[in-house]
Design a protein around this ligand. Structure first.
Ligand code: NDP
Length: 399
């Protein structure tokens, strides 16, 4: 059917590449292009020999001209941005110049401020519309599947959704005292930022980890979870009818929190450059260099993740509550694609989002968040491609 250019070759990209190769009817040919080409070649040598033809290249995603010439030479149907949030706008620019569809899994962040906002990418709406190309934003799990869950709930079970709680639980144990499950720099920027939630039409800001709840997760059990700001809150607040409040909670173990506090207290999580032996270094980037590579956690991580959404609203005047979630087992993911569940739960939806754009099912000129498309094809693809979901029509609610 077509070809995809995959930018980045880290934890998430590795899973997406495996899944594209499993789905060779759609992904006949892929090009893996990243900063470190040896990583691309390594995965190519592991996967080649199947039906999908694999190419590799070295690219700096921030160099628009380099990106444009790579796109012009490979002529992909879509560019899958699985690099870092800092690269989003430059890759979108290259897509515009070459009139190629675009997708990513995380919204743009300026490197010097940890700000998670869609405004920079939404500013491209008209340009993408005029160019006749689709940009699909946030096709990971959260954002991504959680956004599709919201659209699905609204389509099938509610006339209006008033409350959404997104619950992200990871009961995986990798045996290290402290490690992050995806890119440490992005992860720590996210969890050390102020929390916030959307209520009655405005943001309510909290101190980092100020709001804690305990929830009994299906198949995982009771966990402490903390309110964080998360990017899908911003788009769901605009796109889901009747919304009064949206919150996002993530589980953290005590060891993770104690280490994080200590690292914060000594200045290691700062993103402000400091002088070190005549060179400028960013403490958080240095910390990333000494922490375990998330890709190396795969063989060590045992346990499951449970990510889902609880909705409360109305259908034909009656109160309705509904919980939809996916449970993913770290070791099963590792057996299938050589990665732990955090990369798996992001890489699978990345492949599905790209597939729906490439096949025209989710094609619409402009810049869109996931909940703006018909959720049904995505929901059935989740069941088919390794992330089956479960429903509960009488869930325990979060107070
Ligand atoms: P990794 O750090 O493992 O991988 C990032 C990859 O991007 C690396 O291969 C890196 O190259 C490459 N890269 C970085 N900068 C450039 C550049 N300028 N040019 C070319 N390549 C570049 O990150 P993850 O795989 O863990 O995360 C990937 C993305 O997924 C992130 O944006 C993250 O925020 C997002 N994510 C989304 C989730 C969701 O549910 N929506 C959940 C988890 C992650 P090199 O190998 O040289 O470092």
């Amino acid at each position: 059917m077509g070809r995809a250019l995959i930018i980045g070759c880290g934890g998430v990209a590795s899973v997406a590449i495996h899944k594209c190769c499993q789905n060779s009817d759609v992904f006949e040919e892929i090009m893996i292009a990243s900063r470190t080409k040896s990583k691309c070649d390594q995965i190519k040598s592991k996967l080649e020999g199947g039906k999908t033809i694999i190419h590799t290249a070295k690219v700096d995603a921030d160099n628009i001209e380099e990106m444009v010439s790579l796109i012009n030479s490979f002529k992909p149907d879509i560019v899958m941005n699985l690099a870092l949030p800092y690269n989003d706008l430059n890759i979108m620019e290259a897509c515009l110049k070459t009139k190629t569809h675009y997708m990513d899994t995380a919204n743009y962040e300026p490197i010097d401020t940890a700000k998670f906002e869609y405004k920079w990418q939404w500013a491209y709406r008209e340009k993408f519309e005029k160019a006749g190309i689709t940009a699909l934003l946030g096709s990971g799990f959260d954002p991504g599947v959680t956004s599709v869950f919201s659209a699905y709930a609204l389509k099938h079970y509610f006339d209006e959704i008033n409350y959404i709680d997104i619950l992200d639980a990871n009961a995986g144990d990798h045996g290290y005292p402290f490690a992050t499950n995806f890119n440490p720099e992005i992860n720590i920027r996210e969890v050390s930022a102020k929390g916030s939630y959307w209520e009655k039409g405005k943001w309510v800001e909290t101190e980092p980890m100020e709001i804690k709840r305990v929830y009994k997760f299906p198949e995982i059990g009771e966990k402490d979870m903390y309110l964080l700001h998360h990017e899908e809150l911003e788009s769901l607040a605009q796109n889901i009818k009747g919304i009064k409040r949206i919150r996002f909670f993530m589980t953290f173990g005590q060891s993770y929190l104690t280490h994080l506090k200590c690292l914060e207290n000594v200045g290691m999580t700062s993103i402000i450059p400091i002088d070190f032996e005549g060179k400028k270094i960013v403490p958080l980037q240095f910390l990333k260099a000494v922490l375990p590579d998330p890709a190396s956690l795969g063989p060590r991580t045992k346990g499951k993740t449970n990510i889902g959404c609880i909705f409360v609203g109305k259908k034909q005047g009656k109160d309705v509550s509904y919980y939809i979630y996916n449970v993913c087992d770290h070791q099963e993911c590792y057996r299938e694609v050589g990665s732990q569940a955090i990369s798996y739960t992001t890489g699978v939806p990345a492949m599905i989002g790209a597939m729906l754009v490439m096949t025209g099912v989710w094609q619409k000129p402009g810049v869109y968040n996931m909940e703006e498309f018909d959720p049904d094809p995505f929901m059935s693809a989740l069941n088919k491609w390794g992330l089956p979901w479960k429903e509960d029509f009488n869930p325990e609610l979060v107070d």
